[in-house]
Write a protein that binds this ligand. Sequence first.
Ligand code: C2E
Ligand code: CA
Ligand code: CA
Ligand code: CA
Length: 280
Amino acid sequence: AKAAGRDQLVCYDTQLRTRHLAQARMVDRLRDALEHDQLSVYYQPVVDFANDRWVTVEALARWETDEWSVSPDQFIPVAEDSGLIVALGTWVLRKACRDAAGWHRDHGTRLAVNVSVHQLREADFAAVVRTALADSGLPPGALSLEITESVLVGAGTQRTQAIAHLTELRAAGVVVAIDDFGTGFSSLSYLRTLPIDTIKIDRAFVPCAQTEDPQQVAMVRAIVELARGLGLGTVVEGVETSAQATVLKRLGCELGQGYHYGRPVPADVISATLAPENQP
Ligand code: C2E
Ligand code: CA
Ligand code: CA
Ligand code: CA
């Protein structure tokens, strides 16, 4: 048994080393891709349940070529662990603001960008956002920053820094949303203390419309009620069918996002879809 144990240990160690190597290689290649402009940004529509109109597009980072692609669920964690997420996040923000400025000017479309907790801990984050807005011409009120509950984790000074950035940007008109709401483990009290405007309900809560699981429905209803009571907006993600859209709309969700309305697509596809001849 002892020998088997050691074998397992050796095997585990090798696997771990392989993984570390793979990870290190991925960081190098990602840094390279970032330097050589080989990343791209896709956009997914967020619609108003009341009229099915696109109100916002969410910017989502992509790393792909004609031959292969790496999913964000793989490279974003690597970027987070290596600290590269700060440069990557700034690149996405600047690119997305440039793309979205015209959409906002011509169609009133707003932009949502994901922000890592590592970005919020940088001393110059608010300045980076203000510069991206000024350089692109996108008004502050047209930008939402999507953050996660993890801003509450970490040393007190880092949290204070993050909250100071969000407070400053909100004062300038930028909207702050809590992403993946309901999947973290913190208490709900932060909803009153964090400077936020909107709750983005994680797709784990979206009821499967065929069964309309009463417990799922009760959860969404409670979250919507909570948001309303606190004066916060609601977006629900992972809307895949029109039946789900109907249920979520009835439950009082304001905005929805998901494959039912459109998958993430390159900027030129968004431009073409927003063109007047394609509007209902
Ligand atoms: P997220 O912010 O929660 O983004 C929504 C994810 O759900 C996207 O995955 C989107 O493609 C996917 N999705 C949209 N509608 C549906 C649907 O109806 N059904 C299902 N099953 N999935 C749907 P994606 O693009 O692979 O991104 C994954 C995550 O990577 C994002 O989750 C976000 O946390 C992170 N991410 C992506 N781009 C960035 C970025 O620029 N910065 C940071 N910090 N994180 C990013
Ligand atoms: Ca998001
Ligand atoms: Ca989300
Ligand atoms: Ca997510």
